[in-house]
Design a protein around this ligand. Structure first.
Ligand code: FNR
Length: 358
């Protein structure tokens, strides 16, 4: 999927362009969230509640955006969040996304709900983490983790904020179904049985395990020596508990506003999580990151790196792997300019003095 028009100059333009090329059902599935989508809006609005305190007369002639996150070197502190069903945006699905992320030099976190196998995606060769949804079938879950390890994924991202699927009006209105020929390539049952209601909520409920709790963490950790990252934390209580349970990383996330509407914005939750973790784990953030200045603000508030979900899907829909790469390069360029203007030469120089409440 390529288009003749000049490439978009901002993530917002990618969003508009993607809306024009995606079928309505897919566009709404990607863009939408829970109930009144207040948390989606607030994830964005939160970035305006904080302002920057740039320093001047710093020699910023040379700048370096590279860093290491959970042991994985990346070319910028922006990673790809796990999102389901990339085949809705491109025939090669997650394989194509992985090509774009690898070209941009960053980690792609592959969703458990991917439309391509984790082995196919691994064959692209880029840095990769595997996002785990624990299945009711624990033996199958263990197998999934071992497959990811064998295929060279370097961390397991346990998503904890989806015991059930959020109430998503857009998908209900569209009677969202997975198009024929497509499915969850890594799961035991890749498509809902025809006899069942084929909506997402029913299907995930069919295999996902809402009984998952802290007591299961030890078992999960026994499956592999890979680092574990807990995704979906927005409170200091859970952050402290995650560190005690041995998680090496935490993603402050409300699932891009797709789960519990009215949840605190990711950026607003970040300071309490960073304080509770107190350097004992690496803290990442996703939700509403659309600009280089957003990345700068999250890092100034103590995130080690950020992740982006929808922008990558929009890039994929508009321009395949090239679109994914351009989306990440846009953010890179914006971050580079923002760092120069703020007086930061490296990621390590982005500190808490750079930001305050508006
Ligand atoms: C998601 N997200 C998600 N998270 C996860 O852990 N596993 C998954 O399979 C999915 N699937 C998924 C599908 C779609 C279409 C979206 C938009 C999101 C949540 C995702 O990882 C991330 O938390 C948010 O997308 C971040 O917010 P932004 O960047 O989209 O605003």
């Amino acid at each position: 999927m390529t288009d003749q028009a000049p490439p978009p100059v901002s993530i917002r333009e990618y969003e508009e362009r993607a809306r024009g090329v995606l079928p309505r059902m897919a566009s709404d599935y990607y863009a939408g969230g829970a109930e009144d989508e207040r948390t989606i809006a607030d994830n964005r609005a939160a970035f305006s509640r904080w302002v920057l305190r740039p320093r001047v007369l710093v020699d910023v002639a040379e700048r370096d955006l590279t860093m290491v996150v959970l042991g994985t070197p990346v070319s910028l502190p922006v990673l790809v969040s796990p999102t389901a069903l990339h085949a809705l945006a491109h025939p090669d699905g997650e394989v194509e996304t992985a090509r774009g992320a690898a070209a941009a030099g960053t980690v792609m976190a592959l969703s458990s709900l991917a439309s391509r196998t984790l082995e196919d995606v691994a064959a692209v060769g880029g840095p990769r983490w595997f996002q785990l949804y624990v299945q009711r079938d624990r033996d199958f879950t263990a197998e999934l983790v071992k497959r990811a390890e064998a295929a060279g994924y370097s961390a397991i991202v346990l998503t904890a904020d989806l015991p059930v699927v959020g109430a998503r009006d857009r998908d209900a209105r569209n009677a969202f179904t997975i198009p024929s020929g497509m499915g969850y390539a890594n799961l035991a049952v890749t498509r809902p049985p025809e006899s069942q209601a084929s909506d997402l909520a029913t299907f995930i409920a069919f295999q996902g395990d809402p009984s998952l709790n802290w007591n299961d963490v030890e078992w999960l950790r026994s499956l592999t020596d890979l680092p574990f990252i807990l995704k979906g934390v927005v409170t200091e209580e859970d952050a402290a508990r995650a560190v005690d349970a041995g998680f090496e990383g935490i993603v402050v996330s409300n699932h891009g506003g797709r789960q519990l509407d009215g949840t605190i914005a990711s950026l607003d939750a970040l300071p309490e999580v960073v304080a509770a973790v107190d350097g004992r784990a690496e803290v990442l953030l996703d939700g509403g990151v659309r600009r280089g200045t957003d990345v700068l603000k999250a890092l100034a508030l103590g995130a080690r790196a950020v992740m982006v979900g929808r922008p990558v899907l929009w890039g994929l829909a508009v321009g395949g792997a090239g679109g994914v790469r351009r989306v990440l390069d846009l953010i890179r360029r914006e971050l580079d300019v923002a760092m120069a203007l703020a007086g930061c030469r490296s990621i390590a120089e982005i500190g808490t003095k750079l930001i305050r409440r508006a």
